[in-house]
Design a protein around this ligand. Structure first.
Ligand SMILES: Nc1nc2c(c(=O)[nH]1)N[C@H]1C(S)=C(S)[C@@H](COP(=O)(O)O)O[C@H]1N2
Ligand SMILES: [Mo]
Length: 499
């Protein structure tokens, strides 16, 4: 009489089947279409479906490493499904095919509902599901000779799992090479700037405090793209359309020929908590957006531009603001004198001083649609964020953050109030008066200013708070609000032990 396989062996067989299926799926995706990878497509679906609170919590926990975290989480989930498949198959064959089948259907739906997906994008998920189901049926079945069966299953599982790991890693490595356009970026040259930004002023130069210009390598990264779009300039174009009299398409070379303008601006994420580091300043080079819009000739009644990125993101930006030459909004192709890095939006991204990134700073831009706020919504709007979101006046303490010795201590940081400009920064120690800080010379009203205060620290516990005042006289509020719906408020507060 054949008897059922032991439970641990069934679990082992199921997990091996999951690894084999996953690996096969990644390999097929690498050959055909990397965004159709069952893992990445499902991950993107989760990112799109996640409530904003979850998204912020994950960003807060893992910073910009939130993407690897998601991939690891999904992999673990697939292995658990494999274990379940093994047990189901042991209990009532062929029920073990159900978990791989269901997972494949979910992944296939995720893959074909991506932007720019084709029907062929179901292939990687289908292959993954078929292999997973096949292997679980192969490995998990009743046995006559338990000890022999055990050896057979262990070696069978090892072969399938090994093949899965090899296929998956190979797939991932060719996939990541095809997703990398850094060689192209390294070859490109930007045109000379015809309307330069004013030169940066002298930095206060406090060690540990943010520099006036953030290196591209240190610049924060936030986006919904699980796979960074890899766009070769020859294949790229931007469509300007919607409620316009003269819709047009522009290619990379033509855009670069218009990219003589520079805007020095501080970019902030709406998810940046008070005191957080999802903020940076760069000198952006690009084509003035008012020029591009002029050419399209927007119609009466339009009040919004919906910009879309190749990752499925979109942003709603007030049209009037983009048409105002004084605002300095750009379709940028350069960052700090170099072509845009891939993760910051190569080949072209929007930069609009004074607005949070999610309503203005579309990376990998493919389309500008002139429309109306009462007709269209951007990516984050139905997810709980405001359709319009000017940056809130804020300031941050960069140093010191840990304990210090008594004596003269330099307290320093940055403050921003784009597009109005920072007029004043004050520091409060414990419950003392607000004291004026020294500021770096004003650069542009769209860039942060460094501040510095020499504090004679006395031993004990102290509380430091910073606040900024903008050029209109607005004082940064102490009232604390969360990031939803349009950005947090409050004062950055640091507690210090002085010895
Ligand atoms: N295509 C695309 N553009 C995007 C996003 C995105 O998810 N996809 N996120 C926006 C958000 S929320 C912010 S804060 C900025 C961040 O730009 P950075 O990653 O270059 O710092 O990009 C914006 N542009
Ligand atoms: Mo953001």
């Amino acid at each position: 009489m054949p008897e059922p396989l032991s439970r641990p062996l069934a679990v082992g067989g199921g997990v091996a089947a999951a690894v084999a299926g996953l690996g096969a799926g990644e390999l097929v995706a690498a050959v055909f279409s990397t965004a159709a990878s069952p893992l990445l497509a499902t991950g993107s679906l989760l990112v799109d479906a996640a409530p904003p609170q979850v998204k912020s919590a994950v960003i807060a926990l893992f910073g910009t490493g939130d993407k690897p975290f998601l991939v690891v989480l999904l992999t673990v989930l697939v292995l658990l499904l494999g274990a379940a498949a093994g047990l189901l198959q042991r209990w009532r064959p062929p029920l073990g095919v159900v978990p791989p089948g269901l997972a494949a259907v979910v992944a296939a739906i995720a893959a074909v509902t991506r932007t720019d997906a084709s029907v062929a994008d179901v292939a990687p998920s289908a292959v993954a599901g078929v292999i997973g189901a096949f292997v679980v049926v192969q490995l998990v079945h009743p046995v006559r000779e338990p000890s022999l069966a055990r050896r057979r299953l262990v070696s069978g599982a090892a072969v399938w799992a090994g093949a899965g790991v090899v296929a998956g890693s190979f797939g991932r490595s060719i996939g990541s090479r095809s997703r990398d356009v850094s060689a192209t970026i390294a070859r490109l040259r930007l045109p000379p700037v015809t309307a330069p930004a004013p030169p940066a002023p002298t930095s206060l130069g406090v060690t540990g405090a943010a520099p006036l210009v953030t290196d591209a390598a240190d610049f924060y990264r936030i986006d919904i793209a699980l796979t960074v779009p890899a766009i070769e300039p020859e294949g790229w174009s931007l469509e300007v359309a919607g409620e316009v009299d003269a819709p047009f398409r522009i290619g990379y070379d033509e855009l670069v020929a218009m990219a003589g303008a520079e805007t020095a601006a501080t970019l902030v994420c709406v998810s940046n908590p008070v005191g957080g580091d999802l903020v940076g300043t760069a000198v952006w080079q690009g084509a003035p957006l008012h020029r591009l819009l002029e050419r399209a000739r927007p119609r009466q009644g339009a009040d919004m531009v919906l910009s879309s990125g190749a990752d499925g993101f979109s942003a709603s930006t007030p049209l009037a603001l983009l048409q105002d030459p004084a605002r300095g909004a750009l379709l940028a192709v350069g960052m700090n004198g170099r072509p845009l890095p891939q993760i910051h939006g190569f080949p072209a991204r929007m930069v609009v001083p004074g607005l949070y990134g999610y309503v203005s700073a579309t990376k990998w831009t493919t389309r500008l649609e002139v429309t109306r706020f009462d007709e269209q919504q951007a990516y984050w709007t139905p997810r709980g964020y405001a359709a319009r979101a000017p940056v809130k006046l804020s300031s941050r303490i960069d140093v010191p953050l840990g304990g210090v010795d008594a004596g003269v201590v330099t307290v320093a940081g940055v403050a921003w109030a784009q597009p109005v400009g920072v007029a004043r920064v004050q520091l409060q120690i414990d419950d003392g008066p607000w004291r004026d800080c020294e500021l770096s010379a004003a650069w542009t009203d769209d860039t942060w200013r460094q501040w510095r205060y020499r504090w004679t620290a006395t031993p004990g516990e102290h509380r430091l708070r910073v606040r900024a005042t903008d050029r209109s006289g607005l004082v940064q509020t102490a009232a604390e609000t969360g990031e939803l719906p349009d950005g947090p408020t409050g004062l950055h507060t640091v507690r210090l032990a002085v010895s």
